[in-house]
Write a protein of this length. Structure first.
Lengths: 988, 473
């Protein structure tokens, strides 16, 4: 029991050289005799203990406790203040929660981050934030993995030389001084649109110092068309806010507003709230080409090519004008023929019935004219001011489309750019193909690129500045309604890195000031000195700056301009239509290095680790293609090789090309995933293009879909029924719940104070997959990789099944989140030979990992197939850094052990400890499971069934409740509520 | 079915005898110990080398399974049991013939068992050894397999006796133990013969040790007979119980395709079916190579083929009843499981299984075919294949498509799966070759006894009526 050098009671002191066995090593790099790539000596300079006895353990423990404060001895440059549930003093093992905001398209989404001893492990929604309301989306939930990503760039380099931050500041300061001589005429900044007031202030200062410089905003997925549409309609660009709470009839013109567009978390919540009461159901018409989450939630999904959707909108406008007396729409409408006319008439009638309670939305992919038309229709229907609000734009950049980038490229080609500061994500990869930005950037003498990971742009940038993760940064962001949030760090930067604020400040010779001071002083300036410190602490604690929402405006509509724009709008494209779409998971590609997201099944296609060209069954049949076939896609002279996925319900003669995959320079995760749709994307037609040629190659690429069968085969699994059919179906639903006769002695739970249970409302569920991702983050669920997913070994405890109903060409769909349903009479339990899965008194079906020998009989006997098996060692193969990400309250499972949903038993136990300490009981709704917390639609409710006042008990007693596979007599604790559809009787 | 009074040892209705000629004791001894004490033949060495290579492959696959994990197999969710359990059930089934021949036929006083029982018992032992490997290997944490056994521990944790898997542990370990004892007890007189005939001191010592001091005294024979009969009585219920309990592994579950009460008899019939087929597969070449045509006659093979035909018909009946119950039971999930066999992605294997197990045995209705060595060898191979496929259909195909279509998935075996399947066959072959070389394949003492019985009967026939022959043990 030698080590440590500290004198150990009862043992002779050690010789100095004896501290560590000569052959001991702590990292591969150390063994190979290399220094750490980051330039640090491996593992600091503390000698590693060679062996550990009880005494030495206690010594180290006490030393650690005594020295724990040392970390605080650095001068506190920045301060972190805790959120609502801050414990009176920091107690090890008790997590703290901090509010901050994460960027999403330049806006802020408020989140609450769980932190264990200073390690952020889990992101949840912030109920106080107007864009979150407590829900969280996929990018937010996956962000902790980005933080600990071992592939992050560490430090700063210029021309291949590593530089310290101060040295980099000196060099940038020199560059800035040189540029300032001609007013910055040769300085350009390529940034992403942002709403940050602190960035706005710095940009203003930069303009003042470099009046000749120019800032180009670039976002491959932007809402320019919406702002341009409002400019057409109202004479100036405005932000549109939709409100679904009071909208009875919603017409979506290609807007995926429930999952990828706009304020989707809030909209999903408002939408879902109108899907549960049969008497107050809203009705959603979704016109779209690609099958989206929104289309799946719609009552009527109108399958149209993307370039024909504007025409359908005009047909509705024409019907409103002609049949419902809205004369203002007459010049905007254009009647359609055939089936579309009937649809348009029905939609128009519905919208006309719901004046002031209807809503028309246009998608970001649609041209500005479509947005203007939507504004005109909302105006004519009296929806403006009720379900649609307009605001002055919150983003600093009104336009971030390809035009600005093209102008910048022209300047570079002309040699007019000396220094280009890039804070936008990977423009070389995302820029329109014809610009060939990668080759152009090599001509710019100074390219300074702020990047978190090696990518296509770091390969051509002279200076690379490691970007700090939002969870380790100070900053500020505004929500879509203008409400500001302060972005606060949860942890000191794990690697030497800088924020966008730091980098911009460097050009003002203020790089040493730090983001904290920049943000804080900005807010002090804006709100005044008096009581500022208290205000500031309040904002940090709440996660929002109260009272900063932008007021709505009600500008007059310019019908003539809209009519002109509609007249000039592009006609439906010729040939096969190419539709570019941000991916549901990796967005424009920036999250491609996130293994959680790569492995998360796509909400609609259930595809993991790849994107694929989506096309309809009819088009696939015409081209002789099937799912997994590789095809050459050629568009205006450029071509890519892409696997094809046949998507039921996709528009015919159209192909959806999801962006964000097929990276050429990337880390281990994104490399080899999918094809690059940007290679086909032109600046002139960034969203909808015509003339796509598809040639089968005969080769195949296996697509790792987690679901292979999308039909229910006539079985009653995920129930969905029209509102009108509900009264008639009540008897059948009644049969699908409740006790069945059994020869087994019944376990009596009636005396238990807690009977944990869950209710999942399929009527609310939109199938976005946030629950599955939240579960992965909460429960330390490993990522297994593409080949293992291909072999059906994905580990997600919670999956979202998706079933199609109706014809393959135009199917409706229903999503069903499914985790362990915690059967009271559990088939898995009696077959386990070693009692490794047993029942708790409170009704949990518990897995005892230590006892599991891995016969897998439990999984075979599970009719729901929700158990997951560690076929290989899925945990220790990952970088040790990722161990920081693990939730310490949840066991990390070893190879050869079965696992499954535990109803977040760690949260139940935490609540129990709290209740015992307080001398009370756990409230019926007090325990919130991770999936429930994340769900933007509030479809999942967990709680105590023994408490009749709890939400879950009320839902479980509801008339729509049924048990999945009830006939097997498993008596699941998770109940489902049948989905209601609200089809238009006129379209029956 | 003891011979009726006055029946000649050579039945005119059974033209082929159980023993060709009436060789003397010395001739029999010399003939039957020659395989053990004679020189090592090149053919044997070549066979051992070839199967040894297969065994090496098996060891590599075994190493991969233990050191990398069960993930080297093709198993997944929903198909959490794959080749491992399929092959386990297959080997266990094969192991049934030995006990049936040794015990049940002994109790029923079937003389024709005499020449082949040693052979079948050895096959049983090796098959059970192979089978016993899989339930341990297929565990996620095989080093903890002993948790399935009830043992007093400080944790006071016991196996879950509601689960069929601990029953399996008892059934198989009991079966292996009794089979071994039965086999070894039968060997003792022959080991003594070998000891006495041994040409080198080392062999004399080894066989002498194994013979436990057998001297062939009347007391020895009396004890031996009692012990052998008792063990036969013990082993008889095992023939039925082992595969019954193996079938419970499936029958107690609620999975469509597993959850059925017909499984116990259906599994036992299938086990005897495949076990006899394996005996034929092994015995046809072995009797030729070892020159045992005189003691293992066409009559033996004919009888075994009759058993194969009979059990094959029982298995076919099982298939029919499974389908009938799936329809009659009215459970859509159950009905689907059987429709899926005919129309699902594994349907070709199902058709092949039906061909092997239902169609092929029908040829054995014809006496000429039953006595044709080539025909019976091919039939036995097809039955072995068919029975493996049957277990594959039950285990894998039922799992691959169960209640929720969203979780359906296919099973794709890996090289480790194939390595463990074919490697276990090679290892079985190596063990069997060692048995052929180092132990008497034919129970010498029993054949001599049979010869004396035949002599006695011949004398009785010659001596006229009024005398009843002793019942043959």
């Amino acid at each position: 029991m030698p080590p440590l050098g500290l004198p150990i009671y009862g043992q002779p002191p050690l010789a100095a050289g004896d501290r560590r066995a000569p052959d001991a090593w702590r990292s591969l790099a150390e063994r190979a005799g290399q220094a750490d790539p980051a330039g640090r000596p491996p593992d600091g300079d503390a000698p590693a203990p060679a062996s550990f006895g009880r005494r030495s353990f206690l010594q180290v423990l006490s030393a650690s406790a005594a020295l724990a404060g040392l970390a605080a001895c650095k001068p506190p440059r920045e301060r972190v203040v805790s959120y609502v549930r801050r414990p009176p003093e920091v107690t090890p093992s008790l997590p703290s929660y901090y509010a901050t905001a994460l960027p999403a398209g330049g806006y802020g989404v408020g989140v609450v981050v769980e932190s264990h001893e200073g390690r952020p492990t889990k992101v949840e929604g912030n109920p106080a934030h107007p864009s979150s309301l407590g829900g969280a989306g996929l990018p937010e939930l996956a962000s902790p993995l980005e933080l600990y990503d071992p592939a992050r760039i560490a430090g700063f380099r210029r021309g291949g030389r590593p530089l310290a931050w101060s040295a980099l500041l000196d060099e940038l300061s020199e560059v800035a001084a040189r540029l300032a001589q001609d007013g910055g005429a040769r300085l350009r900044v390529l940034a992403e649109p942002t709403s940050s007031p602190a960035v706005a202030a710095l940009r203003a200062d930069l303009r003042a110092r470099f009046p000749g410089s120019r800032l180009v905003a670039w976002a491959p997925v932007s809402e320019d068309a919406a702002r341009e549409g409002t400019r057409l309609a109202f004479g100036r660009p405005l932000d549109v806010e939709h409100r679904l709470a009071t909208a009875d009839v919603v017409l979506s013109l290609d807007a995926d507003f429930l999952a990828t567009e706009g304020d989707h978390l809030r909209l999903a919540r408002e939408f879902a709230a109108r899907r549960v009461d049969a008497a107050a159901m809203n009705r959603l018409y979704a016109a779209e080409a690609t099958y989206t989450v929104t289309g799946g939630a719609a009552d009527h999904r109108l399958r149209l090519r993307a370039s024909e959707i504007l025409g359908f909108g005009r047909a509705v406008a024409a019907a409103l004008a002609s049949a419902h007396g809205l004369a203002a729409l007459a010049p905007l409408g254009a009647a359609a023929g055939g089936a579309q006319a009937r649809l348009a008439a029905a939609v128009a009638a519905d919208l006309a019935r719901a004046r002031g309670r209807g809503l028309v939305l246009a998608g970001q992919r649609q041209p500005a004219a479509a947005h203007a038309l939507a504004a005109a229709m909302n105006d004519a229907l009296g929806n403006a001011g009720a379900t649609v609000l307009y605001r002055e734009p919150v983003l600093l950049d009104r336009s971030s489309g390809p035009e600005g980038l093209a102008a910048l490229a022209a300047e570079i080609r002309a040699g007019g750019v000396d220094t280009l500061v890039i804070t936008a994500w990977n423009p070389v990869y995302t820029a329109p193909a014809e610009l060939e930005l990668g080759a152009l950037l090599r001509r710019v003498p100074n390219v300074v690129y702020l990047a978190a990971r090696e990518d296509e742009t770091t390969a051509v940038a002279g200076a690379v500045v490691a970007a700090a993760h939002p969870l380790e940064s100070w900053g500020d962001l505004r929500a879509r309604d203008g409400t500001a949030s302060v972005v606060q760090p949860l942890i000191a930067p794990l690697v030497a890195s800088a924020t966008e604020l730091d980098l911009l400040a460097a050009f003002l010779d203020r790089g040493q000031v730090g983001a904290w001071a920049l943000v804080r002083e900005g807010w002090r300036r804006r709100t005044g000195d008096e009581g500022f410190d208290r205000r500031w602490d309040r904002w940090l604690a709440d996660g929002v700056v109260a009272g900063t929402a932008a007021p709505p405006v009600a500008p007059p509509l310019d019908g003539a301009a809209i009519a002109a724009a509609l007249a000039a709008a592009p006609p439906p494209v010729a040939g096969v239509e190419a539709i570019f779409a941000p991916d549901d998971k990796v967005l424009d590609g920036r999250l491609g290095e996130n293994a959680w997201l790569q492995e998360l099944p796509h909400p609609v296609s259930k595809l993991t680790w790849d994107n694929a060209a989506l096309l309809s069954p009819a088009t696939a049949a015409r081209l002789g293609l099937e799912t997994g076939a590789l095809a050459t896609l050629r568009l205006h002279g450029r071509e890519v090789l892409a696997p094809v996925l046949v998507q039921p319900g996709h528009a015919d003669e159209a192909v959806t090309l999801p962006l964000g995959y097929g990276r050429r320079v990337a880390g281990a995760v994104a490399t080899g995933a999918g094809f690059d749709a940007y290679a086909l994307r032109r600046g002139a037609a960034p969203w909808i293009d015509g003339g796509l040629e598809i040639a089968p190659t005969g080769a195949r690429r296996a697509l790792a879909q987690t679901q292979g069968h999308f039909t229910m085969d006539g079985r009653a699994l995920a129930l969905a029924l029209p509102v009108a059919a509900l009264p008639g179906a009540l008897a059948e639903l009644e049969e699908r719940r409740g006790p069945l006769p059994s020869i087994l002695p019944e376990v009596d739970y009636s005396g238990e104070p807690y009977r944990w249970g869950m209710a999942i409302d399929l009527s609310r569920c939109i199938g976005c997959g946030a629950c599955a991702l939240a579960c992965q983050a909460e429960n330390n669920i490993p990522v297994v990789g593409r080949s293992e997913v291909l072999n059906s070994r994905e580990m997600h405890w919670l999956r979202v099944d998706r079933y199609y109903e109706g014809p393959a060409e135009e199917p409706a769909s229903v999503s069903q989140p499914l985790a362990c349903v915690h059967c009271e009479s559990a088939p898995c339990e009696y077959v386990c030979p070693v009692n490794a899965t047993v029942h708790s008194d409170e009704g949990l079906n518990e897995m005892v990992y230590n006892r599991c020998v891995g016969t897998r009989y439990c999984s075979n006997n599970c009719p729901y197939k929700v158990r997951r098996f560690n076929y290989l060692d899925y945990h220790t193969v990952h970088a040790p850094q990722l161990a920081m990400l693990q939730n310490p309250d949840v066991t990390v499972r070893a190879r050869g052990v079965m696992e499954k949903c535990s109803y977040c038993v760690q949260r139940i136990e935490r609540a129990r400890i709290g209740a015992r300490v307080a001398g009370g009981t756990i409230g019926g709704d007090q325990v919130v499971s991770a999936c429930q917390q994340a769900c933007p639609a509030e479809a999942i409710v967990f709680g105590n069934l023994a408490d009749p006042a709890s939400r879950v008990a009320r839902l479980a007693g509801g008339e729509r409740r049924y048990d999945l596979l009830h006939e097997l007599g498993t008596r699941p604790r998770t109940g489902y509520l049948a989905r209601l559809r609200n089809p238009n009787p006129d379209l029956a | 079915m003891s011979a009726a009074p006055g029946t000649p040892a050579v039945d005119p209705l059974e033209p082929t005898p159980f023993l060709v000629g009436r060789p003397g004791d010395r001739a029999l001894t010399e003939e039957l110990v020659a395989t053990v004490l004679g020189p090592t033949r090149r053919g044997w060495l070549l066979l051992v080398a070839a199967l040894g290579a297969g065994m090496a492959f098996w060891l590599v696959a075994l190493g991969a399974t233990l050191f990398v994990g069960i993930g080297t197999w093709g198993n997944n969710i929903p198909v959490a049991w794959g080749f491992g359990i399929t092959t386990f059930v297959w080997w266990i089934g094969i192991g049934h013939a030995g006990t049936l021949i040794s015990a049940i036929l002994l109790l029923f006083q079937q003389r024709w068992r005499t020449s082949i029982n040693r052979f079948a018992e050895a096959m049983t032992l090796f098959a059970v050894a192979m089978a016993g490997m899989y339930p341990i290997l297929h565990l996620g944490r095989p080093w903890l397999f002993w948790w399935l056994m009830p043992y007093p521990s400080t944790t006071r944790l016991w196996p879950n006796f509601k689960s069929a898997l601990p029953w399996d542990v008892f059934a198989i370990s009991t079966y292996a133990t009794v089979s071994f004892l039965f086999w070894f007890l039968g060997l003792i007189p022959d080991l003594a013969t070998l000891r006495d005939a041994a040409t080198t001191p080392r062999r004399r010592r080894i066989y002498g040790l194994l013979a436990f001091g057998w001297r062939g005294s009347a007391r020895h024979w009396r004890h031996y007979r009692i012990g052998y009969l008792l063990l036969a009585g013990l082993a008889t219920p095992l023939v039925v119980s082992v595969h019954t309990i193996v079938s419970f592994d499936f029958a107690i579950s609620l999975l469509p395709g597993w959850h059925t009460t017909i499984f116990p008899p259906y599994f036992v019939a299938g086990a005897i079916f495949s076990g006899f087929a394996m005996v034929v597969t092994l015995i046809v070449p072995a009797r030729r190579l070892l020159g045992l045509e005189r003691v293992i006659t066409i009559r033996h093979l004919d009888n075994m083929n009759k058993v194969i035909l009979a059990t094959g018909l029982m298995v076919s009946y099982g298939y029919v009843m499974e389908h009938f119950m799936a329809w009659y039971g009215g459970d859509p999930a159950e009905a689907f499981a059987f429709v899926n066999r005919w129309t699902g992605p594994y349907r070709h294997l199902w058709y092949l299984q039906l061909f092997c197990n239902v169609v092929t045995p029908q040829i054995l209705w014809f006496p000429r075919m039953r006595r044709n060595l080539v025909v019976m060898f091919v039939v036995s191979l097809l039955v072995n294949l068919g029975m493996w496929l049957e277990r594959f259909m039950i285990v894998v195909v039922s799992l691959s498509r169960d209640f929720l279509p969203s979780s359906w998935a296919m099973f794709r075996p890996t090289w480790v799966d194939w390595g463990l399947l074919f490697g276990s066959m090679a290892t079985f072959g190596v063990l069997f070759l060692l048995f052929l070389r180092f132990l008497p394949v034919i129970p010498i003492a029993e054949v001599k006894e049979l010869r004396r019985e035949f002599d006695h009967e011949d004398r009785l026939v010659a001596g006229g009526p009024g005398h009843r022959p002793e019942g043959a043990p």
